[in-house]
Design a protein around this ligand. Structure first.
Ligand SMILES: Cc1cc2nc3c(=O)[nH]c(=O)nc-3n(C[C@H](O)[C@H](O)[C@H](O)COP(=O)(O)O)c2cc1C
Length: 329
């Protein structure tokens, strides 16, 4: 397992937290760093238009700290000049890597000609690549899907265009936009992208365990892997994966007490970022994942879902934790 170098940025271990809107804010990114193992964390995506027009809410979300570094911040947009402005602003805000989104299939984003819609218009995609490259002097990457639909796999053209334009690395989520999250990610396409281009390839889609991550490296020859949904409620997955890749031994999953403690730490971090009420609301979503499969989870979940503040969440988690036997999974 070699570290990945993107310009002067070292990603070690070569395991990245995928950008996830509504999830990968400062609190979650810190969790993935502190539990050990994430070599790179990515922000949620930001609208280049919102950045251009200095939207205050967007500005407040540009909140990375040194503890997270290296950190990648993602922008999306469908107009080359605007994307370039957004990308340059990210660099000026001090992010380590600027990432441009070519893969978001969400109608609100795609309808504006951004995200995965760019996979249908290689001319515009190329203009966006060139304009962003001109605007950003540091590390610049893109993240994409394999194409719009099954008959429309354009990732090879996009990867070639990215390389031609001087983009430093490409992350590929091996599904089409039409697929959404259904079906299986097609890792063979990632392997083919890796064969065809010389810039680093970060492989993404359906890595659910350290063993899957190892298989992704083996089957695609990728330079790094990116994990999204499997990190929900399990930020420890990066640490376990790093150890498995290093030693070949699969470390144990965190026991109930560790998971409850992790949830506690996550809630406290969220409160710092979002304030009491918003943090409680967002944390209730995460708690479902932290509690998954735990003995007594349904009753505990029901109690937690009626909490109104992080303070209450912490009290319930403390009580549950005090009743946990170490080593119970
Ligand atoms: C809730 C959620 C939000 C996401 N938001 C983004 C995003 O803002 N930008 C992006 O490039 N991908 C986004 N994705 C896609 C993930 O980065 C990743 O490509 C996808 O989940 C597949 O990886 P996985 O199988 O490891 O989850 C999101 C996915 C989820 C589940």
């Amino acid at each position: 397992m070699n570290p990945l170098k993107i310009r002067d940025i070292i990603i070690d271990p070569p395991l990245a937290l995928a950008p996830m809107a509504g999830v990968t804010n400062h609190a979650f990114r810190i969790m993935c760093k502190r539990t050990g193992g994430a070599g790179l964390v990515c922000t949620e995506m930001f609208s280049a238009y919102a950045i251009k027009f200095k939207d205050p809410r967007t500005r407040s979300m540009l909140d990375w700290t040194d503890e997270e570094r290296p950190v990648s911040a993602q922008v999306f947009g469908g107009d080359p000049e605007t994307v370039a402005i957004g990308a340059k602003a990210m660099q000026d805000y001090g992010v380590d890597i600027v990432d441009v989104n070519f893969g978001c299939p969400v109608p609100k984003v795609a309808k504006s000609g951004s995200g995965a819609m760019l996979l249908k218009d290689m001319g515009l995609a190329r203009e966006i690549l060139a304009a962003s490259r001109e605007a950003v002097s540091g590390a610049l990457t893109i993240k994409t899907r394999i194409g719009w639909g099954d008959d429309d796999v354009t990732v090879f053209d996009l990867a070639q265009a990215a390389q031609d334009c001087g983009i430093d690395a490409i992350a590929v989520h091996a599904r089409t936009a039409v697929q959404g999250y259904s079906g299986k990610a097609n890792w063979d396409i990632i392997a083919e992208v890796k064969k065809r281009i010389g810039i680093p390839v970060i492989a993404n889609g359906d890595i659910k365990s350290p063993v899957d991550a190892a298989r992704m490296f083996d089957e695609t020859g990728c330079d790094a892997v990116m994990i999204g949904r499997a990190a929900l409620g399990d930020p420890w997955i990066f640490g376990r994966t790093a150890e498995y890749l290093r030693t070949g031994t699969l470390p144990p999953e965190p026991d109930c007490a560790q998971r409850l403690q992790g949830a506690r730490e996550h809630a406290a971090l969220l409160r710092l970022v979002l304030g009491e009420a918003r943090a409680a609301k967002e944390m209730r979503g995460h708690l479902v994942f932290y509690l998954k499969g735990m003995p007594g989870a349904p009753a505990l979940r029901n109690r937690l879902m009626t909490t109104k503040s992080v303070e209450e969440i912490l009290e319930v988690l403390d009580e549950a934790c005090s009743q946990c036997e170490p080593g119970v999974y």
